[in-house]
Design a protein around this ligand. Structure first.
Ligand code: HEM
Length: 546
């Protein structure tokens, strides 16, 4: 055979190339052996060599349910790959704690494909969003800014805004002709725009909130495991837009443009007001007043802190509040029990305030059941590993995108009896061992807006139950009410009528909205009286049993 192709003998250069190739293969095999790659990957669906799982086989609709099904076959850890990128889905709390909490030092990165760097052309600086920034000093600084302004003690500053906006939301529930889901989305956005930018929007259809929602809708591929696999095809980022697949590149540019606009519009509005009035009552204006305008890095950090707060809160908070309304319409007994508690503790028609929270255990239990029953992000956001990991005899290579199936964990029948049922009573246990909220994710990347979200959702639940009666919907296949995608929320919602037995709700006068902002320091705030959150620390403590 060799004689046929090389009648003059095998050329020496070919020999050396062949030897070099064999040496390279052996070298790679040795390196993989030494690096611990002799463990197998966790089990999972097999695809084709290099391509891995074809996109048609990647679960994209109600994918959290598919991973529970796959878990029955493969176990708590499921592995698959796409174009050399590895994905692991975790279906159990133990594995999530072991891998994302205990090994947080090596599992707190986010995915970054070369093509993501194209965002930079329109965003000035690549990967500016805290949720997307790789695990680095840049992320630490961005996260610190969030922590300073949104930690438990600091979020008390938003209580007057939350109270005022939730109050008008509840007043409008019976009267408004707007679809309930839109009213909820408007509430979530109103609270955030006023809290962060001091901007009082009237509706979620206005340009600024509409842009924010557009951004959220454009990042589904970061939420659904494996959907971003195409980004790892070698040289993918170099494809011209007319080439098959090139439309993805155009899409990346488009997302960059949307994010830029969504971030710039409210930022410019605040700057303009500061210029014309000399001051502005907003958290962003306060942060700006403390920053050197020539410090571009810090100015960008503040700008994207503002934008990301709005974007991260928009659909998640809306989803949780919508889930509450759906649950009340499917479980009228739970609704009645909540209303009975409010009437008994506050008196009929009195609107609850944050100070009432510790004395309303059943309302607290409804809130925690909402967060368990249908988490807004059923599989959270993925964490990438920056080192090879060996776990329970399996190999998780460096660069793997690790997702936790939060939905699977909060529906584990060995922990939550009848997990598909909405049963607030399950949280009323003295040991409180099951009522920590897992919907906010894990490890060092755990949701940094969780205290603010908790407050908005809790007060909306309490105030709604105090003021209105929620109509019933048939309790058949609950999942049919929900959307399929990465951000999950009910599509059908009930109607409202005023509670018949009570007069129109009475409101305690609210303190005026702030005209200047101050972020309480950790030590100073611990002793003030307006500290419901210091009594409800995170992870949430057991609910007091009356
Ligand atoms: C019901 C409401 C919310 C839910 C269910 C939720 C859930 C989550 C989840 C699952 C993550 C990923 C955690 C992980 O990587 O393990 C996350 C991250 C994040 N959330 Fe939330 N969130 C909510 C509201 C908010 C609000 C109100 C804000 C801001 C005011 C916010 C800001 C963020 C940010 C900035 C991150 C990225 C953190 C990082 O990568 O370091 N979230 N959230």
């Amino acid at each position: 055979m060799i004689d046929y192709f090389f009648p003059n003998g095998f050329p020496p250069t070919m020999w050396s190339s062949a030897l070099a190739f064999v040496g390279l293969v052996l070298g790679i095999l040795c390196l993989r052996y030494i690096s611990g790659d002799n463990y197998p990957y966790p089990p999972g669906p097999k695809g084709f060599w290099y391509i891995g799982l074809p996109s048609s086989k990647v679960p994209s609709k109600k994918f959290w349910l598919t991973y529970i099904e796959w878990g029955k076959k493969y176990g708590d850890l499921i592995h698959f790959s796409r174009f050399g990128k590895h994905y692991v889905v975790i279906n159990s709390l133990q594995a999530a704690r072991d891998i994302l909490d205990k090994q947080a030092r090596v599992t707190s990165d986010r995915p970054h494909a070369r093509v993501d760097e194209l965002y930079s052309s329109s965003l000035l600086d690549a990967l500016v969003l805290t949720a997307a920034i790789p695990y680095s000093d840049k992320w630490r600084k961005a996260r610190k800014l969030f922590h300073q302004n949104l930690r438990a003690e600091a979020t008390v500053q938003f209580h007057p805004i939350q109270s005022q906006k939730i109050r008008s939301f509840v007043e409008g529930l019976v009267l408004s002709e707007e679809a309930l889901k839109n009213q909820i989305s408007t509430l979530s956005q109103k609270i955030m725009f006023l809290s962060i930018y001091g901007l009082d929007i009237s509706n979620n259809k206005e340009d600024m909130p509409a842009r924010t929602r557009e951004t959220v809708e454009s990042v589904d591929d970061r939420i659904i495991p494996g959907l971003d696999g195409y980004k790892y095809i070698p040289f993918f980022h170099l494809l011209p837009s007319w080439f098959p697949g090139g439309r993805h590149i155009a899409a990346v540019h488009a997302v960059g443009e949307i994010i830029s606009e969504a971030a710039n519009n409210p930022w410019d509005a605040v700057q303009q007001q500061i210029k014309s009035d000399g001051h502005h009552a907003s958290l962003i204006a306060k942060l700006l007043s403390e920053t050197d305008p020539d410090d571009k890095e810090e100015m960008d950090r503040i700008k994207y802190f503002g934008f990301q707060s709005i974007a991260a809160a928009a659909d998640t908070t809306m989803s949780a509040i919508s889930t509450f309304f759906l649950a009340m319409s499917l479980y009228p007994d739970v609704q009645s029990k909540g209303q009975e508690e409010l009437d008994a503790i506050l008196g009929k028609g009195r609107m609850p305030t944050f100070d009432d929270r510790p004395s309303l255990p059943y309302i607290e239990a409804i809130f925690r059941e909402v967060m368990r029953w249908h988490p807004a992000l059923p599989m959270g956001l993925c964490h990438d590993s920056i080192q090879d990991i060996a776990y329970n005899g399996y190999y998780i290579p460096k660069g793997t995108s690790i997702y936790v199936n939060i939905w699977a964990i909060t529906h584990d029948p060995s922990v939550y009896k009848d997990p598909d049922q909405f049963i607030p009573e399950r949280h009323l246990h003295k040991d409180g061992n099951i009522n920590s909220i897992l919907a906010y994710g894990f490890g060092r990347r755990v949701c940094v807006g969780r205290y603010m979200a908790n407050d908005t959702i809790w007060l909306t639940i309490a105030a709604t139950l105090a003021a209105v009666k929620i109509s019933s919907l048939p309790n058949e296949n609950v999942e049919d009410y929900y959307s399929d995608g990465g951000f999950c929320s009910p599509n059908t919602l009930p109607f409202m009528t005023r509670k018949v037995e009570s007069a129109p709700p009475t409101f305690t006068p609210l303190s005026p909205l702030p005209t200047a902002y101050s972020t309480p320091s950790a030590s100073a705030s611990a002793s003030t009286s307006a500290q419901p959150l210091s009594r409800i620390p995170y992870p949430l403590s057991p609910i007091p049993i009356a």
